[in-house]
Design a protein. Sequence first.
Length: 305
Amino acid sequence: MNVKKSLLIQKEAKDIFKYLNDFHNWPQWSPWLIADPNTSLNIDSDGKFYYWEGAVTGSGDMRVLNERKNKSLSCDLNFYKPWKSRAKVDFYLEEKDGGTEVTWTMQSSLPWFLFWMKKSMEVYVGMDYKRGLLLLKDLVEHENTFCDLKFEGFKNLSKIKYLGFQTRCKMSSVEQIMNEDFQNIVPKLIKDYQDLICGNPFTLYHKFDPVKDRVVYTIGLPINKHINDLPTPFFIRELPDMKVHSVLLTGPYRHLGTAWATQMMYQRAKKFRSKKGLVPFEVYLNSPQDTDEKKLKTAVYFPVV
């Protein structure tokens, strides 16, 4: 199993390396430790070894094996729970025009009985690496990840009638397509039906398959009255009363993946049981049109039993 992700960070290599080769700094940017801040950490005084154990993150350890100052770092990674495995993890820093390209790699293997998961594991670990590099980039460039997660737990939501439209696209282009939907279609709907809209817009994710590179989502606007003779492709539907597990992100939309990954980690750890027939969704509690991206609030809801 091989994973490789790179990102350009607009800082010198020496400013980045210290966040990599000292595990005392990892809780600030690690996508897994941010997802489960209650993880128990035991870090050696020199920062070259740490052991972790958490109800959501499982358990394991990581040790720095070799390092070339401001150039590269090689680590040995052991997982104990949810299953035993080992991995070789490397970081490479290459200074370029505009900053330093950070490349994060992993070579590992799965237990033989999980051979069928190889492709999906490479994809999902790659997504973790991408999220981690985005968090590291913000931390190094701004001394802040701008990714504040609030674990709101279980909430009850009342039914919502909404005006919506559905989009199908490749996952690799979903950010661009969704941005176009919110820039071109949503403002027109708000203008045409402003007297009927009575809540925050949201996006339902019917299909989210990074392995097959496809996404199906519905953007919805809560309304207080039925609308007749809607033009294609718009429709009126209703979300029922439901109980959800909620994680609230305060920060830029580029870190929404961390909120979603957090929910999926909690789900895999059996912290809640998803409700069949209902799909997860995100609700935009304020707007980038009048709010600094660092103060954007987005709730990610997973319907539960």
